[in-house]
Design a protein around this ligand. Structure first.
Ligand code: ASP
Length: 594
């Protein structure tokens, strides 16, 4: 139908006749001349109709925003004064000769230009309109280029794209499953995969050696800005490679991606142990663009006459840490109160602080409600350790180690954002040496990754002190976001059994849930490992988006619903009967709670 995209009409086409198809972005009537800004996925071009072309002019006079038109015309240079440097096609315009109306349009539910901010509910209800906006078009086109670049890289490195089932059994990744009732096995359910983890391991047992899949995963968990019930992973598994090989291969993939798509050189990624990340940044996904660090001061505070500090300082499981913020002495009481409220979300019972007004004046030059509890010598040592200077504020966390890390880790991000301390650019790193397990809060242990992650010790050492064991896992972190994570897997049955035992999964349960995996490990499983990248997060970072919903064509709302198709929806009684399902009364009478 057309010869060119609207957005690709350039000066090289001057004097040529072109045929364009697209949407009317804007129509303007300038005293006898009609201007139509015509839009398609490649951009916008200005088309002019004058009364000489009578028929086309009459039609152009009638069209409205979002009508779909086919236009034939001649490309001409714009007069000097009318050149629009803000437009990619701003040096030319098309003199319209013929116009065909392909489709009229009702008034759009919201203006599609970038200047109007529109509520997300409306955007999602009319997503097909929202997706016409140039920003959304750019995001999804970038996403397509990213997956294409990833596929190219992995194909070139000998990876095979193999699909795994969507109707399957639960794969434990720590979330709730989405279940699908089986009609043919009344009373039984499939689970949608939380990840292809077990299948990709089985593909290694089958000898495929290098697998990848751009895989949809499903997790029924409470949603946040960077979570969706269904999301996409770049899922990878390899055999006979050690963690450093896998890390270097996939780091190469991300480096290539950034170079190809953003012309950014990421350079070599640094590595940091989980322990160091928690100590210095209070997070296992530290944002290294922020020049603020947590500093341990347990030794200084162990003997002060202030129980709030000395208690945790003397406790093995406690921590006292300081976070120095340059320029923070100017924070108001109200701002500090707000931060105190903020850290309470993470369990902190308060937020002690010292403002450094004039260091040369000694303790007199400091301002804080807690100074009276601390000997001058301790304060002096504290200032030296932190390298404090005039204008700083120092925040303190004193509690259980996990509370201090979470609270000060979150405060570090928040304050940096508020005070404009986040440096521009990209800060990638690998976090390694994770603990195998963490406390499940009920006296047991739970895997920090998933239960198929290999420890870096033998079975006996693992059984002897599981809480101290480290895993062979690695996470790729970019600007404070975990973009990927994986591990070397357990490939021996006795080790897998030991992990199940430690997790309290008894023989019966392990056979019921993972019997096929334990069986497969008997038949010659190669040493293997891999990882998965969160494609949505990666694309979000690369387009500078705020939410993964901005890079997913048809995302769900915060309450895991699709307001456009009205899913999830009710089903006919007969469908439920076929599935041998009867709804509880409360669910029948309260469909909105679905
Ligand atoms: N299956 C893991 C996940 O979804 C990634 C991996 O270990 O490869 O997080």
């Amino acid at each position: 139908m057309r010869t060119h995209y609207c957005g690709s009409v350039t000066e090289s086409l001057i004097d040529d006749t072109v045929t364009l198809c697209g949407w009317v972005d804007r129509r303007r009537d300038h005293g006898g001349v009609i201007f139509l800004d015509m839009r398609d996925r490649e951009g916008i071009v200005q088309v002019v109709f004058d009364p000489d072309t009578e028929e086309a002019f009459a039609l152009a006079d009638k069209v409205r925003s979002e009508y779909v038109l086919k236009i034939t015309g001649r490309v001409r240079a714009r007069d000097g004064a009318t050149v629009n440097p803000a437009m990619a096609t701003g040096k030319i315009e098309v003199l319209g000769k013929a116009l065909e109306l392909l489709s009229s349009a009702a008034t759009p539910p919201f203006p599609l230009d970038a200047h109007h901010s529109v509520g997300e509910d409306v955007r999602l209800k009319y997503r097909y309109m929202d997706l016409r906006r140039p920003d959304m078009q750019k995001n999804l086109m970038m996403r397509a280029r990213i997956t294409s670049s990833v596929r190219r890289y992995l194909d070139e490195h000998g990876f095979l794209d193999i699909e795994t089932p969507i109707l399957t059994r639960a794969t434990p990744e720590g979330a709730r499953d989405y279940l699908v009732p089986s009609r043919t096995h009344a009373g039984s359910f499939f689970a949608l995969p939380q990840s292809p983890q077990l299948f990709k391991q089985l593909l290694m047992v089958s000898g495929f050696d290098r697998y990848y899949q751009i895989a949809r995963c499903f997790r029924d968990e409470d949603l946040r800005a960077d979570r969706q019930p269904e999301f996409t992973q770049i899922d990878i598994e390899t055999s006979f490679l050690e963690e450093l090989d896998i890390m270097s291969l996939t780091e190469g993939m991300v480096r290539t991606l950034f170079k190809e798509q953003l012309d950014v050189e990421l350079g070599e990624f640094s590595q940091m142990s989980w322990h160091e990340a928690m100590e210095r940044y209070g997070s296992d996904k530290p944002d290294l663009r922020i020049p603020l660090e947590l500093v341990s001061i347990d030794d200084l505070m162990a003997s002060v006459d202030f129980k709030v500090f000395s208690g945790p300082a003397q406790d093995e499981a406690g921590r006292v840490a300081a976070l120095k913020v340059s320029g923070g002495a100017s924070l108001s009481r109200k701002e500090i109160d707000d931060y105190t409220k903020y850290v309470s979300i993470y369990g902190a019972k308060g937020l002690a602080w010292i403002k450094v007004n004039q260091l040369s004046a000694g303790v007199e030059g400091l301002q804080s409600p807690i100074l009276k509890f601390m000997p001058d010598a301790v304060v002096e040592q504290l200032m030296t350790r932190l390298g404090a200077v005039d204008g700083d504020i120092i925040f303190f966390g004193a509690d259980k180690r996990s509370v201090v890390n979470e609270a000060l880790g979150a405060l570090r991000l928040r304050v940096a954002e508020d005070l404009g301390l986040v440096q521009a650019g990209w800060a990638p790193l690998w976090v390694v040496d994770f603990p195998m397990f963490e406390d499940d809060g009920k006296g047991g242990l739970t895997p920090l990754h998933h239960p198929f992650t290999a420890p870096n010790c033998d079975v006996d050492a693992l059984r002897a002190d599981p809480a101290a064991a480290l895993s062979r896992a690695y996470d790729m972190v970019l600007n404070g976001t975990e973009v990927g994570g994986g591990s070397i897997r357990i490939h021996q049955q006795d080790m897998q059994q030991a992990v199940f035992d430690i997790l309290g999964i008894d023989a019966e349960e392990s056979i019921e849930k993972f019997g096929f995996l334990l069986d497969a490990l008997k038949y010659g499983a190669p040493p293997h490992g891999g990882l998965a990248f969160g494609l949505d997060r990666l694309v979000m970072l690369m387009v500078g988006g705020q939410s993964i919903r901005d890079v997913i064509a048809f995302p769900k709302t915060q309450s895991a619903a699709c307001v456009m198709t009205d899913a999830p929806g009710q089903v006919a009684e007969q469908q439920l009967r076929d599935l041998s399902i009867r709804l509880r009364q409360s669910a029948v009478s309260a469909p909105e709670s679905q």
